[in-house]
Design a protein around this ligand. Structure first.
Ligand SMILES: Nc1ncnc2c1ncn2[C@@H]1O[C@H](COP(=O)(O)OP(=O)(O)OP(=O)(O)O)[C@@H](O)[C@H]1O
Ligand SMILES: [Mg+2]
Length: 476
């Protein structure tokens, strides 16, 4: 026997719409509470627990978007489904940006609505079953690796702990350097699959033509270079978890194959006919705006819905200022151990400087800044002089803006500028393609292509992507 689900809260100022939503949902066995304004919704939300909120974008008083923002801020774990007007993908983007879990564009079929509600019910059941699990020693350790005292980070750790032991698919969204990989690793390590493999694939780092064979394997002779049969990484992950990083960079044809795999767990190797089946748990992440990618027709909407069972959104560091010093101290301790330097704290000036920077590279940038500061620092305290001069750096970047000189065409000037820029970034990142591509927000593949086109030769072969154990960077 399963526990009864809490009611669905429907918010719509049109009576007919409220009634028809209510009928469709009640017929399916859901209890429903319907209100006509955002203001009423906020009142009842303060009084009762709900499974989810379904709101129209346009409401009489406060708009649906404002409502989402308010609900999201007070009850971040409550899923919100936004109903937007006819075929206006821009509104869907707005809805997701405001914090909606999903959206439906009018007109929609009752099944689409029921499908979205069923996913929330599934999520509720998964979360509820595990809400009472006590943290074990290993769990505490894994969770402590995710540093942060802001309310969003505390909520995040709680969610990781609750979701990890389930088989729920997880989609992790967030800017570069916000900790998506860290969270994915923790999800596997805290799951019941922790003793089986954790396979990590960076979809942006592997050339498009090879990614399919990497994922699903190939038969001998299926393409030039396929000298022998090769099992796919999904087979390696059987019984464990697979982390598909940079999922938005996957090509459309491969997305179709992945979708089939997600639907029934079956796949065929490249060039093969035999249908194979494995049991894997999916975790996917992207630092791109996935809704925008859907809008641009680069990412399949149905695949998004399949992956988006539980969604983690990692806030940029600039939005959780109270975590900056905590993280800085965490990294100071961490690098203090490896570099064996005495610095134990930050001077007031250094703290101020750290707090006033807006951290476009998020936690990764902070981590690099602290490592560098510790190397430069000779005293017990990290002083502001050992930190980069963020303002001057921003200023320099502006001053370095190119000027039109000589008789070069715009294309030639752009090429020169691009070459200089890419070379500088490569140098800054010790010629690591992965890191430089990250900095330039390009796929590694795209970066390599540009380097070839611009004749940039680093003189060394670049590092290869390999599956690395989660949390390796943070091990004490
Ligand atoms: N909350 C945190 N506590 C401790 N370390 C963190 C936290 N968030 C991120 N880090 C560290 O910051 C670095 C960047 O994090 P991570 O690689 O997970 O980012 P990401 O979101 O996957 O970025 P990208 O989109 O560029 O791949 C890692 O070294 C990670 O361990
Ligand atoms: Mg990552």
């Amino acid at each position: 026997m399963s526990l009864p689900l809490p009611a669905v809260l429907v918010v719509d100022d049109e009576k007919n719409m409220r009634l028809s939503l209510k009928t469709v949902l009640t017929d399916e066995g859901h209890s429903v509470r319907a209100v006509e304004s955002a203001e009423d919704a906020l009142t009842v939300l303060g009084q009762e627990d709900f499974l989810m909120v379904i709101t129209d974008a346009r409401l009489g008083g406060m708009s649906g978007y404002e409502l989402i923002g308010k609900v999201h801020a007070r009850w971040p774990a409550l899923p919100i489904l936004m109903i937007t007007a006819y075929a206006t993908p821009k509104l869907a983007v707005e809805a997701i940006k405001a914090g909606a879990f999903d959206y439906l564009a009018k007109p929609f079929a009752p099944e689409e609505l029921l499908h979205a509600v069923a996913r929330c019910a599934e999520r509720h059941r998964l979360l509820h079953q595990n809400a009472n699990l006590r943290a074990r020693a290993n769990e505490t350790y894994q969770l402590e690796q995710i540093v942060g005292d802001s309310s969003v980070m505390r909520e995040l750790r709680q969610m990781v702990q609750t979701v990890a032991p389930t088989d729920a698919r997880v989609l992790i969204l967030g800017e570069s350097g916000t900790g998506k990989e860290l969270v994915a690793g923790a999800l596997h390590c805290l799951s019941n699959r922790r003793n089986a493999s954790y396979v990590r694939i960076n979809c942006a780092a592997i050339p498009e033509q090879l990614l399919e064979s990497e994922l699903f394997g190939h038969e001998k002779g299926s393409f030039t270079g396929a000298l022998k049969q090769k099992a796919g990484r999904v087979e390696e992950a059987d019984g464990g978890s697979i982390f598909l990083d940079e999922i938005a960079d996957m090509s459309r044809p491969l997305q179709a194959k992945l979708l089939r795999f997600l639907e029934d767990g079956t796949f065929t190797r490249v060039g093969g006919t035999q249908e194979l089946r494995v049991d894997v748990r999916f975790i996917a992440a992207t630092n791109r705006d996935i809704i925008e990618a859907i809008r641009q027709n680069e990412f399949r909407e149905d695949l998004f819905h399949r992956l988006n069972v539980v969604q983690f959104r990692l806030a940029p560091l600039r939005q959780r200022n109270q975590d900056v010093l905590l993280l800085a101290e965490h990294f100071l301790k961490h690098f203090g151990r490896t570099i064996k330097k005495p610095a134990r704290s930050f001077s007031r000036g250094a703290q101020q400087k750290l707090l006033s920077h807006h951290w476009p590279g998020n936690v990764r940038e902070l981590r690099n800044v602290i490592e560098r500061a510790l190397i430069l620092e000779t005293s017990n305290e990290v002083h502001s002089g050992s930190l980069p001069d963020f303002q001057i750096e921003t200023g320099l970047r502006k001053a370095a803006a190119p000027k039109a000189i000589g008789l070069e065409s715009l294309d030639q000037m752009m090429e020169t500028f691009e070459r200089e820029l890419i070379t500088a970034v490569l140098e800054e990142h010790h010629f690591s393609l992965t890191k430089s591509a990250e900095r330039l927000k390009l796929s590694r593949h795209a970066l390599r292509y540009r380097m070839q086109r611009l004749n940039i030769n680093t003189g060394s072969d670049t590092e290869e992507e390999t599956a690395s154990p989660p949390g390796k960077d943070d091990a004490p």
